[in-house]
Design a protein around this ligand. Structure first.
Ligand SMILES: *Cc1c(COP(=O)(O)O)cnc(C)c1O
Length: 413
């Protein structure tokens, strides 16, 4: 099928929750191809998912082997892959006495974290969860309520009770939100959907102190920042802070759906038989996929590559930002979770890049979010920088040609 045929079929049979423009049919490493054979440099990675690149041979083999051995047995039986993966994640978390629960997505992992916090707090009459403005935690009823953005909530009320919001990177705001009913604070070490905004180090350490003083849990949503994306195994490891538990999903399975809760000793044994469950969570197949991801990150030293390529990319992006300082205000992020922050909407730049054969994301209105795979090569970063530089020059020229008045031009606010 060509793109037009696929688009027509989609329009007829899929709910219009998304509005895609191109149809991708194949991928290798940092590149994908559309139905017409056009090549794209993929700096979206399925939104921080395909972190070891498309169709990494090690993952292909792991999944192929497992699919012909055992796919699913239910959690009523042991499956050897699950505890091996749990050990791999807890060992790397640095949390002592940690244990895992496996599920299928980021929203489901956060839903589980919220349930875990409520069950822990239930004996003390605590159930409130404080979350941050501009946060993103998922699309289930509890996680969209936890999300600090009104746009995901409109029309879905009545929403579950027990969520309170505070300002990210503002400890006084969190202090004010604490009540005798507060069970937990849920925070991203680096807000991804919110616009690639890293936590300030003092904010997270003050948050840890506040939680310890008040007997509140500190929970991290590591769905986007986790599994190497920031140059550390988990985003909070960029800070001198340990949460009581955290959630994972996106990068964990390199595209095979899997989510996880990793909980330190305070929470590791709170869920008992009957408290929480999932049919599909942690199948041998999902765990085999995730284990191959952990192996590749380790064997190919991708945490180092993420830090080095991240620093190199930031340097090049800063040069571009300086050249266009009238409408690009800067670069922010950690590792390979980066944002080029514009003073104008990011969608025209994202569109222009796509026309030039590069995929990137427009986030939070004015941020171009860049998420190459963790094994991206320097020459691919160079190619991206060249395309972004070209696109910026062209956009600048086009907007100037459209109107001499910057308020009325296509790039205007
Ligand atoms: C994507 C994301 C989620 C939701 O994950 P899904 O797998 O889409 O349910 C939750 N939290 C953060 C920080 C995310 O980036």
């Amino acid at each position: 099928m060509n793109t037009e045929e696929i688009a027509q079929l989609q329009q007829d049979y899929l709910m219009p929750t998304y509005a895609p423009g191109i149809a991708l049919v194949e991928g290798t490493g940092t590149f994908v191809w559309d139905a017409e054979g056009n090549e794209y440099l993929d700096f979206v990675s399925g939104i921080a998912v395909t972190s070891i690149g498309h169709c990494h041979p090690k993952m292909v083999h792991a999944v192929q082997d497992q699919v012909g051995t055992l796919v699913h047995v239910s959690n009523l039986y042991f499956n050897e892959k699950q505890p091996v993966l749990a050990k791999a994640l807890t060992d790397r978390s640095g949390l002592s006495g940690a244990k895992c629960f496996f599920c299928n997505s980021g929203a489901e992992a956060n839903e589980g974290l919220i349930k875990l916090a409520r069950l822990w707090g239930s004996t003390q009459g605590k159930y409130e969860v404080i979350t941050m403005q501009k946060s993103f935690h998922g699309r289930t009823l509890a996680t969209l309520t936890a999300t600090g953005q009104d746009k995901v909530k409109t029309g879905f009320g009545p929403l579950p009770e027990g969520f309170v919001y505070a300002e990210f990177n503002n400890i006084e705001s969190v202090e004010k939100a604490v009540t005798s009913k507060t069970a937990a604070v849920l925070v991203e070490a680096l807000q991804g959907e919110g616009g690639v905004i890293p936590a300030e180090p003092e904010f997270l350490s003050d948050l840890r102190k506040l939680c310890d003083e008040k007997g509140i849990l500190l929970l991290c949503d590591e769905v986007q920042a986790g599994v190497g994306r920031t140059g550390k195994w988990f985003g909070f490891q960029n800070y001198d802070v340990q949460p009581d538990a955290f959630s994972l999903a996106k990068g964990l399975g390199n595209g095979f759906p899997i989510g996880a809760i990793v909980a330190g000793e305070k929470l590791a044994n709170v869920f008992q038989p009957g408290h929480h469950a999932t049919t599909f969570g942690g199948t041998p197949l999902a765990c085999a996929a995730a284990l191959s991801v952990v192996d590749v990150i380790e064997e190919e030293d991708l945490l180092t590559n993420t830090m080095m390529m991240g620093a190199y990319f930031v340097e090049g992006l800063c040069d571009i930002a300086v050249k266009h300082k009238k409408w690009i205000s800067g670069v922010r992020g950690l590792g390979l979770l980066l944002g080029l922050v514009l003073d104008v909407p990011a969608a025209p730049l994202q569109k222009k890049l796509q026309e030039k054969g590069m995929l990137a994301l427009a986030t939070a209105g004015n941020v171009l979010r860049l998420l190459p795979p963790l094994n991206v090569k320097q020459e691919e970063v160079d190619q991206a920088l060249m395309l972004i530089a070209e696109a910026c020059v062209e956009l600048h020229e086009e907007s100037a040609a459209l109107s001499p008045n910057p308020c009325e031009c296509g790039m205007g606010k």
